[in-house]
Design a protein around this ligand. Structure first.
Ligand code: AMP
Ligand code: ZN
Length: 116
């Protein structure tokens, strides 16, 4: 169920523009508006889930799909060989700022570890 106050629900519904690089029946992928690496996209389920914490057993297939799409898009964008990082921030303390579950895919520069 879409949340009318949710930024990503609005982008998925076409009410706010997004730079889409992939769309399927379960998720969309858009370029991050404030990229933290040369390649930075967001894999976003069409269904509104606030965070990973909101996912339940019925969402296991969806979560697997999001990760498979992340890998496919990273490869399609040319980052398969050099590598890429997938990140899910869960909760404000971990850096989540948009409360609609999404997977960051970061690539195109050396990525330090541990992350900040
Ligand atoms: P997080 O902080 O993990 O919740 O990630 C939210 C991400 O959404 C941030 O990296 C933002 O730069 C990104 N973002 C915010 N608004 C937009 C937008 N209109 N289009 C694309 N990405 C956005
Ligand atoms: Zn939403």
């Amino acid at each position: 169920m879409a949340d009318e106050n949710c930024l990503f629900c609005k982008i998925i519904a076409g009410k706010i523009p997004g730079d889409f690089v992939h769309q399927d029946e379960r998720c969309v992928v858009i370029r991050d508006i404030n990229p933290q690496a040369p390649g930075h996209v967001l894999v976003i389920p069409r269904e509104h889930l606030e965070s990973l914490d909101d996912a339940s057993q019925k969402d296991e297939g969806l979560l697997g799909h999001l990760l498979r799409v992340a890998a496919r898009v990273a490869n399609d964008l040319g980052h398969g060989e050099s590598g890429y990082r997938t990140v899910i921030n869960t909760g404000a303390g971990a850096g989540q700022s948009v409360f609609h579950l999404h997977v960051h895919v970061l690539a195109g520069r050396p990525l330090g570890w541990p992350p900040g």
